[in-house]
Design a protein. Sequence first.
Length: 318
Amino acid sequence: MHEVIEDKSGPHTEDMRNLTPISAQTLREKFGSTSYIYPKIKAKLEAFWKEVKDEQSIKTEMDNWASIIRTLYGYKPDVSLLVDHTYLNILTKIIVYLKFAGNKPDRTEIPKVINGKYFIEKGITNFSEEDFALWLLSPQIEDKSFALFDMIMDALTNYDFSEINEDIFREIYEDIVERKERHKAGEYYTPEWLVQLILNDVFALWEEKKGGVIPKILDPACGSGTFLYHAIRHLIEKGISLKNITKNVSGIDINPVATIITKANYLIAISDLIEESEEITLPIYTKDCLKSPDLFDYNVKIEKYDIVIGNPPWVVMR
């Protein structure tokens, strides 16, 4: 038996007609910092962390995570930030799974969703690459973690993930990771309407100059992936194939939770094109594009980008 977190939006049902359509606003309201669910999950994650924090393998992984975050924010991160990042990580994975599963989840799949094997079996090679949340799968707390995943699943299955037409993670990321922390790293998120306005202008100019040529697109500070999500949707509407999308649309961010969320948005954007037999490597990279000497060498040969777009980090380099 596992504890059920009641979602005040309505009872769970498998009838799609009774599910609430998911949106960025709904996700923030029902799972964000002021929600009924968030403090319960965070308290459990903090308790789990106390049980495993001294395991050597976990300490090594967390030291790597902390080093990245120290570079990002300029100070050693605390447990609260680790727990928030972990919460966003597991919430994101389960949402992508529900999108793929058509709101008909199989609970036995959830451990594979969290450790990434579910996505690898679907041919997605790197969704859970460099995954800092795998500390939850320590044998010492594994059963408790699985019960926690079930709790989150119970709450999420009140919502319909079949029709998503926006970056649904942007608002909850802005909400969970405090503004002062994001702004220290130069993270200023762009409103959806402005993203679409910019992309409309950029694609119109590209069509005028290059006609039917597929542009190579890079967002070098991709954040939650809002620009990339809408760029991909535009290309799909133009009939561009999955192979050409993954070959030509790339993103970079220094923040590991941002790149997990961007990969999730990328998968949601291309979900209708994914075939079981097709192997996919998502061209999203956890790197510092301002300092990295290998900017254009992430195991893929991209000699030139036609469109570099996004909202760069507004911060002085330390």
